[in-house]
Design a protein around this ligand. Structure first.
Ligand code: NAP
Length: 370
């Protein structure tokens, strides 16, 4: 028995050393194509690139202007918007992301940004839905640049004429997240009571308006300075989180949409109806758990969920053309209006990210790419 235990210990030790060696080699082999990107010849454009993790490593560089494939369109970007997702990539946090393919030592993809709005310059030969001159908005990696090439059949659609490029650029991630959280996860029905924690941020400002459009009775949680703004978006009730803890009240809700998971799951469950739904959207701010971010809480919801009558879970937005079109219609009809906080120039992206990182943006932060 002693000998068997000894051998098991030796095997475990060897496996552990091999795993460490593997991680060490993978870490030092982790690289990117930053040098090739900036050394490219031919037509150039300005774009934000980062060769290493960290806000200090962002630079505005001249890189090759993209050429659309047969299924893509070339869009001249007029505006882009910043999301917490961008600083997750810039900082490489939560660090578990690095092991999951984002790049262990250096970012694999050296381009940043997703949300854009702009004008179609040329279209690939298979594209029939767009033509040069069309004004569009959507999502495509590398949107902090003068040009992007989204596939015509992916997350890009026509911009309503009644909104600006800045407003259109604010929609993609935040608007789609709010829509899918309320419609697909929350399954919000007219008359239901919906609480939105973090009602004044990028996702929250869309969520308040869309929940009202779905006929819900909406409670927005925000700080004192944002009460009037959230009320003007249609919220029926307001809770000032600097004065009141929304989990301590008597009101019960059918859906909680949580952009700021700063209360325990049991506290949130207390104010949910027995068949209510808790939809976790956000989590993992810059100073929160830098190793696993929101994944710890995600595991908590998965563990708790089977044992309670309420539905609990996290949602990950899926960038869909059809949902962009729905949001486009909502804006065209004036039922949803993007809320813009500040606008920065492309060269000022680090300032925009720093501002977003503070966690108190009012609506969306925009990058003007003129
Ligand atoms: N799951 C997904 O697919 C998905 C998609 C998009 C975003 N997200 C995540 O969702 C979260 C929200 O995104 P966002 O774009 O809306 O971020 P954001 O624009 O940076 O949100 C900032 C807002 O949060 C509010 N806030 C800060 N502390 C608060 C508190 N204690 N209680 C209530 N509100 C508070 C701030 O209001 P005050 O100024 O009044 O404090 C501010 O208006 C982020 O964690 C993001 O990573 C997830």
């Amino acid at each position: 028995m002693k000998r068997i235990l000894k051998w098991i210990f030796r095997i475990v030790l060897v496996l552990f050393i091999l795993a460490l060696l593997f991680v060490f080699i993978a870490y030092w082999r982790s690289t990117n194509e930053c040098d090739q990107l900036t050394a490219a010849q031919g037509d150039k454009m300005k774009a934000i690139v980062y060769c290493d993790y960290g806000l200090a490593n962002l630079k505005l560089a001249d890189i090759a202007k993209p050429t659309p494939t047969d299924d893509q369109i070339l869009v001249k970007v007029r505006a882009a918007s910043v999301n917490p997702l961008d600083w997750h990539f810039i900082e490489g946090t939560p660090k578990i992301m690095r092991a999951l393919g984002v790049g262990l030592r250096k970012p694999k993809d050296t381009r940043l940004g997703v949300d854009f709005a702009g004008t179609v310059e040329t279209v690939g030969k298979n594209v029939t839905q767009f033509k040069p001159g069309d004004e569009v908005f959507g999502g495509r990696d590398g949107a902090f640049a003068e040009y992007v090439c989204p596939r015509a059949d992916r997350a890009v659609t026509l911009k309503p004429a009644n909104i600006t490029f800045e407003q259109a650029a604010s929609v993609n991630i935040a608007g789609i997240t709010a829509l899918q959280a309320l419609r697909d996860k929350g399954k919000v029905q007219p008359g239901q009571k919906v609480l939105i924690n973090g009602a004044s941020g990028g996702v929250g400002t869309f969520a308040v308006q869309i929940a009202k459009l779905f006929g819900a009775d909406v409670t927005g949680v925000c700080s004192t300075r944002n009460l009037e703004m959230v009320r003007s978006l249609g919220a029926d009730h307001l809770i000032d989180y600097t004065k009141e803890d929304f989990t301590k009240g008597e009101q019960r809700y059918d859906v909680i949409l949580d952009n700021v998971p700063n209360h325990s799951l049991s506290e949130c469950r207390r104010i949910l109806n027995p068949t209510g739904k808790y939809v976790m959207i956000g989590g993992g701010g810059p100073n929160d758990n830098r190793w696993v971010g929101p994944f710890g809480r995600l595991i908590q919801t998965l563990v708790v969920s089977p044992f309670v009558s309420q539905k609990m879970g996290m949602m990950m937005a899926e960038l869909k053309k059809s949902d962009l079109a729905i949001l486009g219609d909502m804006m065209q009809s004036g039922k949803v209006k993007p809320v813009i906080d500040r606008t920065y120039k492309l060269s000022e992206l680090p300032d925009a990210i720093r501002y977003l990182e503070e966690g108190h943006a009012r609506g969306k932060v925009i990058i003007s790419v003129e």
